[in-house]
Write a new protein. Sequence first.
Length: 301
Amino acid sequence: MSKSTNYLDQLENEAIYILRETAAQFEKPALLFSGGKDSIVLVHLALKAFSPGKLPFPLVHIDTGHNFLETIKFRDYLVNQIGERLIIGNVNDSIKKYNLKESPGRFPSRNALQTYCLLDIIHEHEFDACIGGARRDEEKARAKERIFSVRDDFGQWDPKLQRPELWNILNGKVQKGNNVRVFPISNWTELDVWNYIQKNNIELPSLYFSHDRECIVHQDKLVATSDFIVPLPNDKVIIEKVRYRTLGDMTCTAAVPSKASSIQEVINDILKNRISERGETRLDDKISEAAMEDRKRQGYF
C-alpha cells in the first residue's frame, strides 16, 4: 500500500470514528448538506460508517434560493440514489418571516441570512448536533474550530470558549438549548478531498469540471451571468472555459479558468495553485478580514 493511500485511509478512519461518536453521543444529530464536494464526501463517509443500516440522521439543506441549478439537481439525484431523508430549509421563507434585508451591492451574499433559516430548522427538529464539511485549510476562522464545536442558546460561537480535544477524546456534553457543530473532515485539505474522491470514484456535480460559461469579468474574477447577475452596459462579458472550486451561491462565487475535465486534471490544477479555494473564488469573504468569523459568531455554519 502506498503512503498516500495509507494517509487517506487514516483520514477516512478518523472521520468515520467522529461520525460514529456523533451518533452515539447525541440524541438528534443532522448532516448539513450543501451539494458541494465536501458534503458529498461526508455523505459517502457516513454511508461507510453505518452500512448496511440506514443513516442515524437526516440530511439538511439550507436552500438560499441563489443556488446553481446543477447543484440542486445533483442534490436530488444523490438523495434519490441513497434513499435517505432530506430536510430543506428555504431562506426565502426566512426573509419573509423576519422581514430581512439582503446585502447591498451588485453581488449580494445570502450567507448571513442562512443563519436564521438554519437556527429555525435546528429549533423545529430539536437537533443537538449538526455535522458539516468545513475544513481548517479553507479560512482563518475555521482553523479555530474544534471537531466538536459548541454553540450557545442563540447558535452563536465564541472562539475563546473551545474545549480541548486531546487523544481523540470528543466531549459531546452540552447544556440544554446548546448545540454542537461537528466537523469530521476538519483535518483534511482540498487536495485530500480530491484524492479521496478519485480513490473512491465519487460522483460530483458537473460544475467542478471545465465547461463553457458566460462570465462577467469583475476585479479579475469571473462571475457567471444568471437571473441574479445580469450584465451592465459597461461590463466585459466573455465566454470562458471555467470550473468551480467551491459551490456557493451564484451571486457570490466566482469561477476559475480551467481546462480540467477529469479528477486527475483538477488535482493537477490544485497542485499548481497557492491560493485557497475561498480566497480565489468567494466574493463575500472580501468584505473584511474577519468576515467569516463575524458570521460564525452570529450562528453561521
